[in-house]
Design a protein around this ligand. Structure first.
Ligand SMILES: [Zn+2]
Ligand SMILES: [Zn+2]
Length: 348
């Protein structure tokens, strides 16, 4: 059986197209998932433009933020059956043997391969998924919101697991992209106040969204000095700076506005390497924390938050498109017309 899929086929700009491919066969421990919805990640857009900074095994079907209905179960699958509504984690392949895998930190397994760059992803009618990646979702949670569990989990890991936020902490989020905005929402839910989201002039609509998500200040750094805003609120600086800008240069900004004994959490990727003066890190006794991916307990918690409507995802999703309109879904995000696009493969 054949199906259409959004395939990243070469490591050059624009090398993505809708192709007919074979519906995958599943192994004993896997399920075949009928994709209900798959949201477009900034990383999908980067891969389509060949501006990504991670290894991609082409050709590969894009899409790692998805949910759907179990269509077929392998013989060894326990706990899931045909017709179950689920979302899937992204660690499609792990070794299962290393100390990280054995202690539930499998998202950091050195052998990890994720959907959409190492293993065929979900921008298709069907996708093959190991059952260990699955989480049930409540009937009340529609797929076009449930697919956002993944980016929310990235933000939850960054703000609620890898960072400490106490009510009343001054938190700054650099970069109002989808992940930055979701980090801002998680910070708001954790009691951050003041909560500053900083971006550029082109980010104006996203900065408005940041305010709707609970930020107390939205700073356009082309018009206003972020340093002045931060020092005006707290002369020592920010308790926590979340760098979600997707640039390496902003580390310098983060180190300038964080307070002594504060924390910088870096969640954005960048292909550039930069020379940054790290002396302020030492002198200020600052904790610098990277944040990557997520694991089982985070997913369960985020599904609960989404089902309760606590994360306001409808403020993020600006476009829902069928599979054959994938290009428009990508372009709308790249051009900044929407923050997040969702592809619904079953829609016409
Ligand atoms: Zn993503
Ligand atoms: Zn491992």
């Amino acid at each position: 059986m054949r199906m259409p899929a959004v395939v990243h086929y070469a490591l050059e700009p624009g090398a993505v197209e809708l192709r007919e491919i074979t519906v995958p066969e599943i192994g004993d421990e896997e399920v075949l998932l009928e994709v209900g919805a798959v949201s477009v990640c900034g990383s999908d857009v980067h891969q389509a433009r060949n501006t990504h900074s991670w290894p991609v095994a082409v050709p590969v079907v894009l899409g790692h933020e998805f949910g759907g209905t179990v269509a077929q179960c392998g013989r060894g699958v326990r706990g899931f059956k045909e017709g179950d509504r689920v979302v899937s984690e992204t660690a499609a392949q792990i070794c299962g043997e290393c100390v990280l895998c054995r202690t539930g930190r499998y998202n950091l397994c050195p052998s990890r391969k994720g959907f959409g760059y190492g293993i065929n992803g979900a921008m298709a009618r069907w996708v093959r998924v190991p059952a260990r990646c699955l989480h049930h979702i409540p009937d009340s949670l529609p797929f076009d919101i449930a697919c956002l569990t993944e980016p929310h989990s990235v933000a939850y890991q960054a703000m609620c697991v890898n960072s400490t936020i106490r009510p009343g902490d001054l938190v700054v989020v650099l970069g109002p992209g989808p992940i930055g905005l979701l980090c801002a929402r998680m910070a708001a839910l954790s009691g951050a106040n003041p909560l500053i989201v900083a971006g550029l002039a082109v980010d104006r609509p996203r900065l408005e969204t940041a305010l709707a998500l609970g930020a107390t200040h939205a700073v356009d750094i082309t018009k206003e000095s972020l340093d002045d805003v931060v020092r005006g609120l707290s002369p020592l600086g920010a308790d926590l700076v979340c760098d979600a800008s997707g640039s390496s240069r902003t580390l310098e900004v983060a180190l300038r506005i964080v307070r002594p004994d504060g924390q910088v959490t870096k969640v954005g990727w960048s292909p550039q390497t930069v020379a940054t003066d790290l002396n302020p890190l030492v002198q200020g006794n600052v904790r610098l924390q990277g944040s990557f991916s997520h694991n089982y307990p985070i997913w369960e918690r985020v599904i609960h938050l989404l089902d309760r409507g606590l994360t306001l995802p409808e403020k993020i999703v600006g476009l829902r498109a069928p599979l054959d309109a994938w290009q428009e879904a990508f372009d709308a995000m790249h051009d900044g017309r929407v923050i997040k696009s969702v592809i619904v493969p079953g829609a016409q």
